[in-house]
Design a protein around this ligand. Structure first.
Ligand code: ADP
Ligand code: MG
Length: 262
């Protein structure tokens, strides 16, 4: 390769925003020269490299923008401690595909500490790895953001912006109280995404107490109707994992010893 090419290539690659090729092309070009590769093989090698790095960078960015809690993945989730939750079912959901395409929902119910938030986050994380976009938020935070948008006459545009997420996870749905003014924004979100984009909702209480969330019974019924129309329901009815690990810690000889010597 001529010195002129060697000199201009970094400039061209930077202008075209091909950082991975810019970083690695000399090594591959040397191999190609040494082994007599056809030009097409070198080109394909370099472009594949850029595409793979670009995909990895995009997925990394989507993880950063998801607000998912750190470390809550399937790798750290013990399915044996979550009776009622089928691993196969979660793995099928983690592939995304049809249910996200159809805007179906997942509703995870169960008492506190049974792993709802962890399972939801793990599913979200796996979906990001599979190329989807996910946003994790406490429902009360989302309600506040939607209320602020409505005050600024921006509710529609905020709902449109949320469309870029294939899945919005609303954690602790039943913590929302209608005395938190204007919870009807939550209904707006549900109606906006209905049959278009998916929601994953976790809640301690299934529907029976949701009249505490919405300003009137008709809106509550309409919201539940839309949520369950296309939905997978996960019942997490095991023992509290928090309580269980606390009990195990208390029972372990090491902790008892530490307690005695304190
Ligand atoms: P919930 O949202 O149902 O109240 P969390 O998902 O917050 O419960 O779980 C409580 C704690 O226990 C978290 O630290 C979570 O990571 C952990 N945990 C719950 N279930 C499991 C499980 N099956 N495997 C591993 N950790 C779990
Ligand atoms: Mg939770």
């Amino acid at each position: 390769m001529s010195d002129a090419n060697t000199a201009t290539l970094p400039v061209l690659l930077s202008a075209l925003r091909l950082p991975s090729i810019a970083r690695h092309w000399t090594r591959h070009a040397e191999t190609a020269d040494r082994e007599g590769w056809p030009a097409a093989r070198l080109l394909a090698t370099l472009f594949e490299l850029e595409v793979a790095d670009r995909t990895a960078r995009r997925i990394q960015r989507h993880h950063e923008q998801s607000a998912l809690p750190a470390g809550k993945t399937f790798a750290t989730f013990d399915f044996d401690a979550a009776p009622g939750l089928s691993k196969g079912r979660l793995q099928a959901l983690a592939a995304g595909d049809l249910w996200l395409k159809n805007g179906s929902n997942v509703l995870a119910f169960g008492p506190s500490g049974t792993g709802k938030s962890h399972a939801a986050a793990a599913l979200g994380s796996a979906l990001i790895d599979a190329g989807y976009r996910v946003l994790f938020t406490r429902t009360t935070d989302m309600v506040q953001r939607l209320q602020a948008a409505r005050r600024d006459l921006n509710l529609e545009s905020m709902l449109d912006k949320l469309d870029k997420f294939d899945l919005v996870i609303l954690d602790d749905f039943s913590y929302v109280r209608k005395d938190q003014a204007e919870t009807s924004v939550l209904f707006e979100l549900i109606a906006h995404r209905y049959e278009r984009h998916s929601l994953l909702i976790t809640a301690n209480q299934p529907f029976s107490t949701w009249d505490q969330v919405f300003p009137d019974p008709a809106m509550c019924v309409a919201a539940i109707d839309r949520l369950v129309h296309h939905a997978v329901i996960l019942e997490m009815n095991g023992e509290s994992y928090r309580k269980r690990t606390a009990v195990e810690r208390a029972a372990s000889p090491l902790t008892q010893e530490a307690a005695v010597t304190k």
